[in-house]
Design a binder for this molecule. Sequence first.
Ligand code: RM4
Ligand code: MN
Ligand code: MN
Length: 422
Amino acid sequence: MEQHKIDEYNRQHLATHKRKFDFVAEDVKDLDDVLKKLRAFNIAIPSWALGTGGTRFGRFSGGGEPRTLEEKITDVGTIHALNRSSNSISLHIPWDIPENASAIKAHAAQYGLRFDAVNSNTFQDQKDQKLSYKFGSLHHTDKAVRDQAIQHNIDVIKYGVQLGSNALSVWLSDGSNFPGQLNFRKAFQNTLDSLQQIYEALPDDWKMWIEYKPFEPNFYSTTIGDWGQSHLLASKLGKKALTLVDLGHHLPNTNIEQIVSLLLMEEKLAGFHFNDSKYGDDDLTVGSINPYQLFLIFNELVEGMDARGLSHANGIGWMIDASHNVKDPIEDLLQSVEAIKIAYAQALLVDTKALVNAQLNNDVAKAQETLQAAYRTDVRPLIAEARLREGGALDPIAVFREQEVRKSLIKQRGDKTQATGL
Ligand code: RM4
Ligand code: MN
Ligand code: MN
């Protein structure tokens, strides 16, 4: 994406933007501080979200999908050039193996990108794999299977070290489909023991992020099924192990913001896999179903991070984990990043003093008014302004469409390409 094209678009739309910005900015108390924070805020893009995701029933490619890791990085580069808020990429291994790490790193650096957490995969069998993960990996009854899965995680750390990552993200599909299939206690102990061996292989400045999920692909039990089980493992493992919250990994109506608040208090919140859902792990575009919940989560995050003096930009990990099958993946990711920034900006606008007072006085109506005043503010011009100051586009999707980026990707890569991933 050439900068002059972005600048040209911005020039044409500056007057309209200015009018909207001035209107909202007038009522923002610490405008400079808010803009500074918005400018610094980046969200990592997962390497598996750049193709059109499928379901177990089918897959419909939109064309021009990245065929290689390099092309995935190029697409993240396009996203980052447009929104200036996606300066890193998170790799899933073995879907994306960096065969030549220094070349991959140099390619990413060209777009101002670095590597976020690396993700291991012991939920699928690979072609050349000796033992099967059909009955689980780190929790398996057979030590040989556990050892194979441990070794895979250690290999993933090694790839990550070469790329300059500093976290290993572990999501296990381990669980059971039928009552009686598993001994819960032994499955948990095997998982702990396996994670301990992986933990020992972590470099000093690395973290292990432990993701939980209540069901799917197993439908009776999941060995790391909720934040309590993840937290139990993380606290037994040590300081470098933390709990990762994927927004889609909760039973319907779970109060995620409360979970987030307590994990943050305990210094055990690794970060996020952002997405949205209506039923389960739907992996829909962030903010497409329940933007109010996202705001409430960010409200707890801002409050909790400020209480601990953590930097919003990198105090914890921010990452998208979505898999969509009807939209252009690049447009979809741009929408997700925007939704996250909107929720964050709204949380920054909460009148904290008024909220604290309302809470102390049990003034419930005032507390609700205070939160919703921030939530109902149209903060989009603030985000556009932050983006503009960073060199991004006032309207990233509009530029993407105007420049016909997808059309030229299809021309280069073909109509029938399929990216690795789900
Ligand atoms: C899982 C989980 C993991 C992701 C895989 C592809 O449901 O969210 O984070 O890596 O899907
Ligand atoms: Mn996830
Ligand atoms: Mn998931």
